[in-house]
Design a protein around this ligand. Sequence first.
Ligand SMILES: [Zn+2]
Length: 190
Amino acid sequence: MKTKIVWVFIATGSVVWAAHSHHEHTKDSRQVVFEQFPTSRDLLRPDVGPVIDQIIVRHGRKECETVILTSEFHTHLGIYAIVGAKMGIRAREYFGVGLDELTVESFAGSQPPISCLNDGLQASTGATLGHGTISLSSVTAPRPTAKFTYDGTIISLELKEAYWQQVRQDIGGIIDQHGLGGSKEVGHMT
Ligand SMILES: [Zn+2]
């Protein structure tokens, strides 16, 4: 069994790649219930519909669909959930694999808002609690970091510190604007 650890740092918008894909995509399709994923403007909420074409051009249709699925599952548009979705997509691209082919270990803990990352990781990789293919590392200081394993090879993705700081500032701004109001509410907004 070969095991190597490759540290790849990701940010919302840029990626530093450490290697190439190992093989072609296999199970890339999400078509379980939908024949087509609903990304047309008239099917989307008023705050998303007008910018959906721009999002698809900038981030690609697959990432857009994954973030939509993540947001429906997560029940709101959350920063950490979206970062987790992007991480999972990058991991699949790195290994060149489809859904349900990776195992994931999250370092984001179980306390929102940072643990919201876990929902994005699940939606983007198909590694779910239900499948038993995602686990939480027991950490005292949660981080937006996850390890992805495929065929004995492990990579670790971590949000760049500068972007993590931006996320924390944005969440701090939400707290300033809306008050603390209990961590549950803040967690729900982030
Ligand atoms: Zn959240």
